[in-house]
Design a protein. Structure first.
Length: 290
C-alpha cells in the first residue's frame, strides 16, 4: 500500500471523511487557544467540569427535539452558562472556592444528564451524546463548528491583552481597569461555546480532550503565549488527522482514536520537548566561553 493510499485516498474517496476533517480543523483552531489560556490560568479541571456541566442541557434538548442540532446546542449553552454563573455566585457568597463549586455542580449535572438520557432514551442515544460522532457530521454541524471557531478567535483577539494580564496578575487588572470579572465571564462563555460545539463531534466526555491535551503539550515547546497557541492548534490538527486515519484503516472508534493520538503526542512532548522535557533537560548544555 502506497503513502497516497494511506494518507490521501480516505479523504479523496469518502465525503464523510472530508466532513470529519473540516470539523477537526475547526475544533483545533477554536479549542487550541482556549486550552492554552486554561492551562496558564491553572483552570484545566474547570474545562473538564464545564464539559460535563453541559450534559443535562444537551440531554434536555434531545428529549425535546431528538437529535436536533438546534435544541441540543441551545440546551448545552444554557446549561453551561447557568453552571458557570451559579458556581461563580456560590464562590462569592460562601467559603467555597470557584473550582470546588464547579466540581460540585458538574457532578450533579453529569448525573442528572445521564439519568435523563437513561430514562427517556436508549443506550445508543447516551453513547451519541457522551462520545459524539465525528464521521456523521452534517452541514449544519460543520457550520456550528466553524462559527464557534471564528467567534472564539475574533473574541480572543479583542480581549487578548486583558486576558494575558489576568493570567499574570488578576488583582492588578481589577484594581486598574475594573474589567477582570468581565474578561473572566467572556472567557467562560468562549469555553462553553467551544465545548458545546465540540460535543457535537466528539461528545461531552471527549470534547475537552482536544482542547487540553494539545495545549499542555505546547507548554513543552515554548513559554510564550503566541507560539503556544499556534503549536497547540497544530498539535490538535495533527491529532485529528492521524486519529481519523487510524480509525479508517484499523477500525477503532474515531473520537477515542483522536484523543489517544493527542495523548501520545503529549507523552512525547513531556519526554522530548525542548522546553523542560524530562529527557532533553538532562542533556548537557553548551557553556559560554570567554
Amino acid at each position: 500500500m502506497s503513502a497516497y493510499d494511506i494518507l490521501i485516498t480516505p479523504f479523496a474517496d469518502y465525503g464523510f471523511m472530508r466532513r470529519a476533517l473540516v470539523g477537526i480543523v475547526a475544533l483545533a483552531f477554536g479549542a487550541g487557544p482556549i486550552g492554552v489560556f486554561l492551562t496558564l490560568r491553572r483552570m484545566s479541571l474547570v474545562g473538564d467540569a464545564m464539559a460535563h456541566a453541559i450534559l443535562p442541557g444537551a440531554a434536555l434538548g434531545y428529549l425535546v427535539g431528538g437529535l436536533s442540532l438546534g435544541f441540543m446546542t441551545a440546551g448545552g449553552l444554557l446549561a453551561g452558562f447557568i453552571v458557570a454563573l451559579l458556581a461563580g455566585a456560590l464562590s462569592r457568597i460562601s467559603v467555597l472556592r470557584e473550582d470546588a463549586s464547579l466540581a460540585s455542580f458538574y457532578l450533579i449535572s453529569l448525573a442528572g444528564g445521564v439519568v435523563m438520557l437513561s430514562v427517556k432514551g436508549s443506550n445508543l442515544d447516551l453513547l451519541h451524546v457522551l462520545f459524539g460522532s465525528v464521521l456523521g457530521l452534517d452541514n449544519a454541524t460543520l457550520f456550528l463548528l466553524v462559527t464557534a471557531s471564528s467567534v472564539s478567535l475574533l473574541t480572543l483577539a479583542l480581549i487578548f491583552r486583558p486576558l494575558v494580564l489576568e493570567c499574570v496578575d488578576p488583582e492588578f487588572l481589577r484594581s486598574v481597569h475594573g474589567h477582570g470579572g468581565r474578561v473572566h465571564l467572556i472567557f467562560l462563555a468562549l469555553l462553553t461555546l467551544n465545548l458545546v460545539s465540540g460535543f457535537q463531534a466528539l461528545g461531552t466526555l471527549l470534547a475537552v480532550g482536544l482542547m487540553m491535551l494539545p495545549a499542555v503539550a505546547a507548554r513543552f515547546f515554548s513559554r510564550q503565549i503566541g507560539p503556544m497557541m499556534t503549536i497547540a492548534t497544530v498539535i490538535g490538527l495533527l491529532s485529528g488527522v492521524i486519529g481519523l486515519l487510524i480509525s479508517y484503516h484499523v477500525g477503532l472508534p474515531t473520537g477515542p482514536a483522536i484523543i489517544l493520538t493527542a495523548g501520545l503526542i503529549l507523552l512525547g512532548s513531556v519526554l522530548f520537548g525542548p522546553q523542560d522535557g524530562i529527557l532533553t533537560s538532562r542533556l548537557p548544555r553548551p557553556h559560554l566561553e570567554s
